[in-house]
Write a protein of this length. Structure first.
Length: 383
């Protein structure tokens, strides 16, 4: 299925889920989702939206959340920020001022930073997937990271690569935005510490589709590895395809934002992506992930991006924390309760742990073999 057909299916699926959502009222827990549901980041955004709907449907199947002895249904309201900070601000204002939301899940770094001060002043509980470490600081009280980010896994991931790959000369490539800057910073530090040689670090506009001039420059640096960092999956595939067309024979690695199926589709062939090594937030072979993938496929018509696993886990933690706190309106009590409900099981097995205003999620390593992303290792995340 081509990507625009996936987006049509996603829109239909989301529309159907919203139509089935409980009517607004005092007995309803509303959770907003701000994520790119169109464009290059859509595989991540649709995964986030559907993870929220799946978790909500499971809670509602049991009558809703048990809050102080009364049942409260869960409603998900999602808006497309198109990977743009300005759109995120508009979406946030609609969620808070029109929809009456007290809990917001945000995908991107730019969107998180754009609404961070509003979340604090409005005392809205925010769960962010942002890679930037700037999302949390000493003035942050109502924001929590929903998964491990580069600061948690970059060094152990680089160490794993140093132990398992023979190549050593690396060029790092990232989008020219907050997510890309953060990924490039931590990757460069981690790869150097692990004994790799950094031949260069390049940035590009996230909307860019033509990479021959940039890749010509990169290939002239004689890299053995090109790390596409936090580049969107479909764009990563374009970079791989165009690099192969220019004669690059070396290895690709991806240290952020996985999406092997989208990378393969954009790259055009199994041969182009053979051997690609990437971090992953999921092990698709686990029973829990297969269940999530099945629910996603019912709504969307294809397999989910692997990010669905930490998104689902984080929203599940939030729902448990609301029950633990015994309140919907007191978001400070709910965010405190998140530390009390952790550690708790991940959908994939193992445990989620509580870090410094963060859920620490497991990180895996995959390698593309005959068109499939095969789990070949895991890394221990650190705070």
């Amino acid at each position: 299925m081509r990507f625009r057909n996936v987006l049509m299916a996603a829109t239909m699926g989301v529309g159907a889920l919203v139509a089935m959502a409980p009517q607004a009222g005092a007995d309803t827990v509303k959770i907003g989702v701000i994520a790119p549901l169109t464009g290059g980041g859509a595989p991540w955004g649709i995964a986030m939206d559907q993870a929220a709907h799946i978790a909500a449907a499971e809670a509602n199947a049991d009558g809703g959340l048990d809050i102080g002895g009364a049942k409260s249904k869960v409603e998900i309201i999602a808006y497309d920020d198109q990977y743009k900070a300005a759109e995120a601000v508009s979406a946030y204002n609609r969620l808070i001022n029109q929809d009456g939301v007290k809990y917001v899940v945000i995908l991107t770094s730019a969107s998180t930073l754009a609404i961070k001060e509003n979340i604090e002043s409005d005392q809205v509980l925010g769960l962010t997937a942002a890679f930037t470490s700037k999302s949390i600081d000493e003035n942050t009280h109502y924001m929590m990271r929903l998964s491990s980010i580069p600061i948690n896994y970059a060094k152990p991931l680089a160490n794993w690569m140093a132990q398992n790959l023979k190549e050593r000369r690396v060029v790092i490539v990232n989008p020219n935005d907050e997510t890309g800057w953060e990924t490039a910073k931590f990757d460069e530090e981690a790869f150097k510490a692990a004994g790799f040689e950094i031949a260069g670090s390049e940035l590009f506009d996230r909307s860019q589709k033509e990479f021959q001039p940039l890749l010509t420059k990169i290939i002239a640096m004689n890299p053995e590895i090109i790390n596409v960092g936090s580049t969107a999956p479909s764009t990563s595939g374009l970079i791989i395809r165009q690099a192969r067309d220019l004669g690059y024979k070396g290895l690709f690695v991806k240290t952020g934002g996985p999406g092997p199926k989208e990378i393969l589709e954009a790259a055009g062939s199994k041969e182009a992506v053979e051997g690609v090594v990437a971090m992953a937030f999921a092990d698709p072979g686990t029973e829990g992930f297969r269940r999530l993938a099945g629910e996603y496929s019912k709504a969307i018509g294809q397999e989910p991006n692997q990010m669905i696993a930490p998104y689902y886990d984080a929203i599940n933690v939030l729902l448990h924390a609301i029950e633990k706190a015994g309140t919907v309106d007191d978001t400070a009590a709910v965010i405190a309760a998140m530390g009390e409900v952790l550690p708790m099981p991940s959908i994939q097995g193992g445990e989620l742990h509580h870090g410094d205003r963060q859920i620490l999620s497991p990180i895996f390593v995959t390698q593309m073999k005959d068109g499939e992303a095969v789990v070949v290792g895991s890394v221990a995340v650190t705070e």
